[in-house]
Write a protein that binds this ligand. Structure first.
Ligand SMILES: NC(=O)c1ccc[n+]([C@@H]2O[C@H](COP(=O)([O-])OP(=O)(O)OC[C@H]3O[C@@H](n4cnc5c(N)ncnc54)[C@H](OP(=O)(O)O)[C@@H]3O)[C@@H](O)[C@H]2O)c1
Length: 222
């Protein structure tokens, strides 16, 4: 497993989840490109992340240029924008690893599982992109709530799925570098577990009045 520093472009990196993951990876030492439809919005986020981490690892780009410059691309946009965003970046994504964090939430009933016809929205993206892009599913169950609190130990495992073993390893390494425990859950078809689980976690948050319910896989030891 390579421990080298990567250039990671987060498409949707101006949002809660993307900027939270960006903070952790930038703090770890990766070069993080905040990808956005709006360069000035991306710059505000990158500046804030550099102030937070005390480093200069975050920078801003329009998403297309960011994807071109990246080793690994992370997608953190709303479900309603997932397909159109990926379609628009299809040629730039060829030859890259794409980590898709999308949860197929359909407002207003976000605490109820409403899977798309394809069952898994991440599998649908892999089909759309074809074999040239290695798609990984990860981070769907990690709340954005505490990601920017860099010393906070988030009690949530990251279920990492992909049909490509090397790409899965990259997902596992990036979970670790974000201070989380990545768990290899096998093929991309298993993404549907993480995609569905988030609605139950949102229900738990509301029911028990907590901000960030998570999941832990037992039996693995430390
Ligand atoms: N928030 C969480 O706690 C959490 C936890 C786990 C998983 N997730 C998943 O992560 C993804 C992002 O969540 P989020 O809460 O960070 O979302 P968000 O803040 O609503 O949106 C993230 C970014 O997506 C871009 N975006 C928004 N609408 C778009 C559209 N119509 N077309 C293209 N781009 C659009 C925007 O970036 P620009 O305007 O800069 O382009 C925005 O800043 C979702 O799929 C969510 O289910 C979220």
């Amino acid at each position: 497993m390579s421990t080298g520093k990567k250039t990671i472009c987060i498409v949707g990196g101006t949002g809660a989840e993307g900027s939270g993951l960006a903070a952790r990876w930038a703090a770890h030492g990766h070069r993080v490109i905040i990808g956005s439809r709006d360069q000035s919005k991306a710059k505000s986020t990158a500046d804030a992340l550099n102030a937070l981490t005390g480093k200069t690892n975050a920078e801003a780009m329009e998403s297309r240029a960011g994807v071109q410059a990246a080793d690994v691309v992370v997608l953190t946009v709303p479900f309603s924008a997932q397909r159109s965003t990926v379609e628009g970046l299809k040629s730039e994504l060829a030859g890259k690893v794409l980590i898709d964090v999308t949860v197929p939430l359909v407002p207003p009933k976000v605490s109820v599982v409403q899977l798309p016809e394809s069952d898994s929205c991440v599998v649908a993206v892999q089909k759309m992109l074809g074999e040239q892009t290695k798609v990984v599913s990860a981070f769907q169950n990690v709340s954005a709530h505490k990601l920017k609190d860099l010393k906070y130990e988030i009690e949530c495992d990251v279920l990492v799925a992909s049909d490509d073993a090397e790409a899965r390893q990259i997902g596992l390494v990036l979970a670790r570098d974000a201070g989380l425990r990545g768990i290899d859950v096998g093929s991309l078809a298993n993404s549907v577990v993480a995609e569905s689980l988030t609605s139950a976690l949102i229900w738990i948050n509301r029911k028990y009045k907590i901000p960030d319910a998570g999941i832990k896989i037992t039996g693995l030891g430390d």
